[in-house]
Design a protein around this ligand. Structure first.
Ligand SMILES: C[S@@+](CC[C@H](N)C(=O)[O-])C[C@H]1O[C@@H](n2cnc3c(N)ncnc32)[C@H](O)[C@@H]1O
Length: 309
């Protein structure tokens, strides 16, 4: 069963107004959405986005006229906000990044190094290239780069060498085959954590273009929310958290102009219109980690849009 991560903290930080408009940009199994809906009155609205067709199929099965499901990438959030006439009127947006419970546990999706299945790893398995296609065709430099950069894996050279040697003889088709190769390359060095953890994370991030998706969404979200609106992020690894932290910090500062440069007051106001108030990061409690081990690496960051006046 999917347990939404830091549910109480999300609800508190997104600060629900009962007749407000909210976006859950990562619907998943709908854990957070269900709770947000329960806090809205009949005038409230919840737009939910997910790139996974199964997740949105599930959202569509929920009969609630306040809920608007969108199958697509959250990098298109600006386009969706215009289409649904909520641009500048959203009181809160939630990004709960990473994979949902149903994606991880379904061995046919190929996300898990714990279960054998086809090496796919696409969140939207109707589009794009699968991990299998990529790993059997990419050059060694690209494989090394992905495992090093997106997995922060120090044995990236060993792993990519073993992969490229093996595929000269036979294609890598399954998660188990890939896990065995990674074990062969560096299993000896990993005593506590699974040797394939970082490489699987890296390949998944690459296949789904996850960091770029996040950066594109960040370009637009401040414009979409209303003054006093909140943006809440839950991330599960340092690459995403760094991007989020940088985004919040950069947008929390007022623009500073060179001394004595003649600038119109209207320009200063305009430049400072989309600013954020930054709150302290939150991590799951010991109690939560005990009953939901998957929450242990989660970091929640949130910010509020201020209006210059
Ligand atoms: C951790 S799960 C969300 C779980 C959800 N909060 C819940 O409580 O059930 C993340 C979801 O985000 C989706 N997702 C990840 N990146 C996305 C993107 N760029 N655009 C749209 N959906 C995305 C995944 O398909 C997955 O279903």
């Amino acid at each position: 069963m999917h347990i939404p991560v830091m549910l109480n903290e999300v609800i508190k930080s997104i600060k629900i107004i009962p007749n407000g408009t909210y976006i859950d940009a990562t619907f998943g199994c709908g854990g957070h959405s269900r709770c947000i809906l329960s806090k809205l009155n009949e005038k409230g609205k919840l737009i939910v986005i997910d790139r996974d067709p199964k997740s949105i199929e599930f959202a569509c099965s929920i009969k609630d006229r306040r809920l608007i499901p969108i199958h697509g990438n959250f990098s298109k959030i600006l386009k969706y906000s215009i289409k649904y006439k909520i641009f500048g009127k959203v009181q809160g947006i939630l990004f709960d990044l990473g994979l949902s419970f149903s994606q991880i546990k379904d061995s046919n999706r190929g996300f898990s190094f714990m279960h054998d299945g086809p090496l796919d790893m696409r969140m939207n398995n109707l589009h794009g290239i699968s991990a299998k296609e990529w790993i059997n065709n990419a050059n060694i430099k690209d494989i090394s780069f992905v495992i090093k950069e997106f997995g922060e894996e120090k044995f990236y050279k060993k792993i990519s060498n073993v992969i490229c040697k093996y595929r000269k003889i036979k294609n890598i088709n399954t998660t188990k085959e890939l896990v065995n190769l990674i074990n062969k390359a560096c299993g000896y060095f990993y005593k506590k954590k699974h040797p394939a953890r970082r490489s699987f994370q890296a390949i998944r991030i690459y296949i789904n273009n996850e960091l770029q998706e996040l950066k594109l969404a960040l370009n637009d979200i401040i414009k979409i929310i209303s003054p006093k609106g909140r943006i809440v992020f839950i991330s599960f690894h340092s690459l995403e958290d760094r991007i989020i932290k940088k985004f919040i910090i950069n947008n929390s500062r007022k623009k500073i102009y060179p001394y004595k440069l003649p600038i119109l007051e209207s320009k200063i106001k305009n430049d400072n219109i989309y600013k954020l108030k930054y709150f302290k990061k939150i991590q799951p409690s010991k109690k939560e980690i005990l009953y939901n081990k998957k929450s242990r690496s989660a970091i929640l960051r949130f910010a509020e849009k201020l209006k210059y006046d």
